[in-house]
Design a protein around this ligand. Sequence first.
Ligand SMILES: Cc1ncc(COP(=O)(O)O)c(C=O)c1O
Length: 367
Amino acid sequence: MENNRRDWLKKISVGVVGLGLVPFETFALPTDHFPEKESKDTPVRLSSNENPYGPSKAAKTAMIESITLSNRYGWELSSELVNLLGVKNKVNLNNILISAGSTEILDLVSQFAALQKGNLVIADPSYGYWTDTAEKLGLTKIKVPLTADKKIDLPKMLSSITADTKLVYICNPNNPTGTICERNDLIQFISQASKNSIVLVDEAYIDFTDQESVSHLVLENKNVIIAKTFSKVYGLAGARIGYAIANSSTIEKLSELQTWANGAVSVVSTAAAIASLKDENFVNETKALNQKTRDYTIAELEKLNISCIHSNSNFIYFSLKNYKKDFFHQLEVNNIIGTKIYEEEGKWSRITIGKKEEMQKFIASLQ
Ligand SMILES: Cc1ncc(COP(=O)(O)O)c(C=O)c1O
């Protein structure tokens, strides 16, 4: 039943041109998963928490128009983006570092933390793919179980920190559970946890909530790094653009590990990000549609005896303990791509919120 990510990638990488093994659930889909036009045979992708509505029209126009700039390096555009991100996050220009997706930030922070050997502390389950790389760099992993209601257990995370802890990772909202830390509790936690180690706060999904970022902390605290992405609410997963927010001295140290600071992103993706930041309507529409479709999906799953954790994101964590059919078989025969079992006990899995008609298909496949 378990859909093991690496085994699965190995199986399908045969059909992947030039991608090979990549550190992500569904990056390595064969290119025929992206047909020009959707047909009834197009799989419903509910596996990687992508935005089914994006990119926004403004981003698409900017991408098309910026193609002609591709013969030049994009210094001016990346400076413009850094400016906009500084304003948006109420920090200064030297608090921002642009990257090829937030994955590059997670990797850079791992490299930075691993300069001195030690351990990293992470909730379990959480978004942990990048920690395989961190382990190879020499950081051992301390996993801290979630609370019974699938929240990150901040007191337990704090008490798990040792003298050798170099990095503490908080995914807020947490992937795969969709739970969120109460903001004041998180701020308290960071002030303690960052005394002797870096605290990396991954805000990939915070745009789906009404909670404010903790970005203001970086102005005073050198040990807080925030990872942000354009892959989720902005619908630019394939464009590969993200960024870090951190204290200027920390940004300087991180960028020493990037031969060309801010240089990993194409002008096309940078132009898309700039246009996306100016298109608040798209973000608001995405949020509203996601919320409505999420409510619908949770109500329907509960009718099928599948209990769900309250979600603050664009995915739902649910237990298959009381579901009698073979969930993954039902998905497979209906051409729907889901994820895996995250916790054997309780048979917890996750589904991304797609468009309403995709979720109707998902629900029908389980009935
Ligand atoms: C919590 C979290 N962080 C980071 C990422 C990486 O995203 P990207 O590299 O596309 O920004 C993901 C992707 O699903 C994620 O769920």
